[in-house]
Write a protein that binds this ligand. Sequence first.
Ligand SMILES: [Zn+2]
Length: 300
Amino acid sequence: MKTFRIGQYHVTRIEEMLTPGFMPDFLFPDFESGIFDEHKLLSGARFWDEVSKKVMSSMHSWMIRDDRHTILVDTGCGNDKMRALPLFARFHQLHLPYLDRLLEAGVRPEDVNLVICTHLHVDHVGWNTKLVDGKWVPTFPNAKYIFSRREFEHWQSPAGQLSMPENMAVIADSVLPVIEAGQVEFINDGSKILEGLFFQDAIGHTAGHGLLKLESGRDAAIFPGDSLHQPMQVFRPDWNSRFCEMAEEARTTRRAVLDYCHDRNALLLPAHFGAPHGGYVRRHSAGYDFTPADDLVIAG
Ligand SMILES: [Zn+2]
């Protein structure tokens, strides 16, 4: 289990699954295979599965802790969820030891204070709820769940529902039950969540997508959610995923994320990168470079 230190905070990855994801030319409509010749690290086993010819895709939460707070950023796909449509086949009826891994990190569900979802897609809200006696209930009974108001309103609107009709069952089983339980706080662009932890709109992937910045002393990290899916997008920031709803906004957001990483020397901690699941970005005259964060692991 990897833990990164960001000033007073420790950031640990809680794995749900790490498997081959999509074919790159499916995930990225603009994909060109020459990128593998240019950047050898992309065809290494951490980011590429040679057997299936798919990019490696991690599902995980980032857990941020200090003496007083235990915070989960995004909650993966969840167990027992009906995801019968072909697009969601990888997420259908899972029975994964995510909560055991949380325990291995020393955290029981009741210890979690805050759950923050960057957006409300199927693979970011799953563990918000668990199935008990045929009913979806909050997995983290003492947590306040934080959702972007803009993102929630998007999924309430006809345009949002049409943007990904498959996702409406996800809203029903993984979002509405925590609202009904009175555990949700909706926040807006620019909200300060804790000392050093900020929420910002980062639209494009969805119409209400957000990101988190964590700043403590000289250290910084950014949780950009699905502003980037794969390391190859650091080298090709104009490549949107096929799931990005707003093309130009998604590109602008991605560049802003990469610029922040460079300018603040911030650790980039996305939602789906293969091991070591994060890294550092440098801007140069022709674009951006990516260095996986292997050297900076302090524990686990
Ligand atoms: Zn995602």
